[in-house]
Ligand binder design. Structure first.
Ligand code: GLY
Length: 318
């Protein structure tokens, strides 16, 4: 039995690559790294890896994490610049006994010393997005922070091993050195092969307030199925934030248990996710929260085509 679940439609091609590995008895470690690298390498996804949107100083600072659900090993990097595949650096770090989370210069030095590929991650397209956003801020008084679509995945292989991983450029126009939930264990991701795993996307500052990925795994450990666990965790955090602070940021999650059962939940409209298992080809779903219950619908061909056209359409400098 195997399975893999990921946040957002952008994970589809990566999940298709992971499926080829898992079908042939490949390992959850390799499958998840391959899938995330696929997203990191695609220049038109503007919230992960190459082509990711820059911070307010027009630098692309990336966060990523990897967790092994058997050993509970974790590797995480924050605010790394100029390296092609943050997920592989995070995975490599997970093998260390100490120094498992490195940020900024320290992460870059480690990556350099270990021979990881360096690359200028700022594309011309991302520069135009940056310029246009500056114009919009000046002209329309809009908030700069927008676009924080982390790719997060949970994977189960035929040996029963589970992994979780994340990769993101974080908030568009964030402050230099800002780190969100994605590299933070328990917030952006958590996995325990004895139970299952979860990963989150949305506003990192709010996701961290609920340690939401750990909370989902804890609920599954208590006996909830992944769908119940995701819905309870999202609805509770959304409610707490609204009660205590007057508003809640975007919160979306996916989870899988060690039986290959999966779930997803969100407090926004338009959250998409991708799932493949030994009994199900990779499918993109759209989910919406109706009075606390999340209903998943298979994305239509039309939606899928429009998604790609929208991502790849030419952009004009304002
Ligand atoms: N969830 C990604 C971030 O806030 O950085």
């Amino acid at each position: 039995m195997w399975g893999i679940i990921a946040t957002w439609r952008m994970a589809l091609e990566g999940i298709e690559e992971a499926e080829k590995i898992l079908i042939q008895d490949g390992k959850a470690s390799q499958a998840i790294e391959t899938a995330i690298r696929n997203v990191e390498d695609f220049p038109y996804y503007k919230s992960v890896g190459y082509g990711g949107l820059p911070n307010e100083a027009m630098e692309v600072e990336l966060d990523a994490a990897y967790m092994d659900g058997d050993t509970l090993d974790i590797g995480a990097i924050g605010a790394i610049k100029d390296f092609a595949n943050p997920i592989s650096i995070a995975k490599r770090l997970s093998k260390e006994k100490v120094n498992n989370m490195l940020v900024g210069y320290g992460a870059e030095k480690f990556a350099y010393d270990e021979g990881f590929e360096s690359k200028n991650m700022l594309t011309d397209r991302a520069k135009i997005h940056y310029h246009n956003r500056q114009q919009e801020i000046l002209q329309q008084q809009i908030k700069p922070y927008d676009g924080h679509d982390t790719v997060g995945m949970v994977c189960l292989d035929n040996d029963g091993k589970m992994t979780a991983a994340t990769s993101t450029s974080g908030l568009f126009m964030k402050k230099q050195g800002r780190i969100g939930d994605s590299p933070i264990s328990g917030s952006g991701f958590y996995v325990d092969s004895k139970v299952g795993g979860a990963t989150a996307t949305g506003l990192g500052e709010d996701l961290m307030k609920g340690c939401i990925s750990y909370e989902i795994v804890r609920l599954m450990k208590e006996g909830k199925n992944p769908q119940q666990a995701c819905e309870i965790a999202v609805n509770q955090l959304d409610k707490e934030l609204k009660e205590r602070r007057g508003e809640a940021g975007d919160i979306s999650v996916v989870a899988m248990n060690n039986k290959g059962e999966w779930g997803a939940a969100t407090n926004i409209s338009g959250f998409s996710f991708v799932v493949a298992t030994d009994t199900q080809e990779p499918i993109v779903y759209l989910t919406k929260n109706i009075n606390g219950q999340c209903i998943h619908e298979k994305a239509s061909e039309e939606w899928l085509n429009e998604y790609m056209q929208e991502r790849m359409k030419p952009i004009i400098k304002k």
